[in-house]
Design a protein around this ligand. Structure first.
Ligand SMILES: NC(=O)c1ccc[n+]([C@@H]2O[C@H](COP(=O)([O-])OP(=O)(O)OC[C@H]3O[C@@H](n4cnc5c(N)ncnc54)[C@H](OP(=O)(O)O)[C@@H]3O)[C@@H](O)[C@H]2O)c1
Length: 271
C-alpha cells in the first residue's frame, strides 16, 4: 500500500510552502498536489525533483472533479499520511458589493470543499495520520468588509476543532492553522482594485515561511490550534475577551487611517 500526502492550494502561498516542507520532512511515496493552475503545479514538481509528485489540476468546487478524485482513491487504495487543506480565498468589500456568485464560490471552496476533502480522505487514514486545515485569525470575530470570508473561516475553525476531538481516539489529529496577514497572492485575489475595496489597515504582514514552519511544528505535535506571531496571539486574546461590537468599532475606525490608493501602492508597487 503506497503512503501519500495531499496538499490543496499547492500552486502558491502557504499551500506551496507546505508542499515544499512536506517533501523535505515526511516519509511518503507520493505527494499529491492540487490547485487549478496546472503550470504552477508543474513548476512545483520540477522544483521538488527527487520527490514523486502527482499533479492534480482541478477546481475543488467542481463536484465532478471531486468524484473523479474519490474514484482514483478507491482504485489505488493508498494510505493518506497527511492532508493539508490550504485552498481558499476572500474579498475585501462590503457584503452588498461582493457579487453573489463570488460569495457562492467562496463558501463552496472555503467550507464545502475543505469538508469534502476531509470526508473523502478520512477512510484512507490511520493512527498517526494528520490533517491541517487553514482557517484564519478572522475566524475568532466578525470582520466587517471581510464579512463572508470571516464567517467561512469561523466554520473552518469550529469544524476542525470538533473533528480533532472526534478523531483523537483513532490517533488522527486535526490542526486548525489560523494565520494573521501573510504575504501571499491572497491579496491579489482579495482586492478588486476598484473603489469598492474597503480594507486599508493591515497592521502587520507575516512571512509565509514563518507561518508554515509554525503550523508544521504544531501539526507534528497534534495540536488543535496553531498561530504564528505575538501580535496574532494578542489579537486572539483580546477579541475573545472584548465585546464583539467594540472589536468591530475599533476595526472600522482603523480603516480610516489610510487611503485605499496608498494601500494598493504598498501591496502592488509595480501596478
Ligand atoms: N494570506 C493571508 O493573509 C491569509 C490569512 C489568513 C488565512 N489565509 C488562508 O490561507 C490559505 C492559503 O492562502 P494563501 O494566503 O496562501 O493565498 P494564495 O497564495 O492565494 O493561495 C490560495 C490557493 O488556493 C488555490 N485555489 C483557489 N481557488 C481554488 C479552487 N477553486 N480550486 C482549487 N484551488 C483553488 C489557489 O490555486 P489556483 O488559483 O491555482 O487554483 C492557491 O493555490 C487560504 O485558505 C486563505 O484563506 C490567508
Amino acid at each position: 500500500m503506497s503512503r501519500i500526502a495531499i496538499i490543496t492550494g499547492a500552486s502558491s502561498g502557504m499551500g506551496r510552502r507546505f508542499a515544499q516542507t512536506a517533501a523535505k520532512h515526511v516519509a511518503f511515496d507520493e505527494l499529491w498536489v492540487m490547485a487549478r493552475r496546472a503550470d504552477r503545479l508543474e513548476a512545483l514538481s520540477q522544483e521538488l525533483a527527487g520527490q514523486a509528485v502527482r499533479q492534480i489540476p482541478m477546481d475543488l468546487t467542481d463536484k465532478e472533479a471531486l468524484e473523479r478524485f474519490t474514484r482514483t482513491l478507491a482504485a489505488e487504495n493508498p494510505e493518506i499520511v497527511l492532508l493539508v487543506n490550504a485552498a481558499g480565498f476572500g474579498k475585501f468589500q462590503a457584503v452588498e458589493d461582493v457579487p453573489r456568485e463570488t460569495v457562492d464560490s467562496m463558501l463552496a471552496l472555503n467550507c464545502s470543499a475543505l469538508m469534502d476533502m476531509c470526508y473523502i480522505c478520512l477512510p484512507y487514514m490511520k493512527a498517526g495520520s494528520r490533517i491541517l486545515n487553514i482557517a484564519s485569525l478572522a475566524a475568532f470575530q466578525p470582520v466587517p468588509y471581510i464579512t463572508e470570508y470571516a464567517a467561512t473561516k469561523s466554520f473552518v475553525l469550529s469544524f476542525s476543532r470538533g473533528l480533532w476531538k472526534e478523531l483523537r481516539p483513532k490517533g488522527i489529529t486535526v490542526t486548525a492553522l489560523c494565520p494573521y496577514w501573510t504575504k501571499t497572492e491572497f491579496f491579489d485575489v482579495a482586492y478588486t482594485r476598484t473603489q469598492k475595496d474597503r480594507v486599508t489597515y493591515l497592521n502587520t504582514m507575516y512571512d509565509p515561511v514563518d507561518v508554515v514552519d509554525r503550523g508544521w511544528r504544531d501539526l507534528l505535535k497534534g495540536r488543535d490550534l496553531s498561530t504564528f506571531g505575538f501580535i496574532a496571539r494578542m489579537q486572539i486574546f483580546l477579541v475573545t475577551i472584548l465585546p464583539h461590537r467594540l472589536v468591530m468599532k475599533v476595526w472600522c475606525g482603523q480603516q480610516r487611517k489610510m487611503s485605499i490608493e496608498k494601500r494598493w501602492s504598498i501591496l502592488f508597487p509595480d501596478e
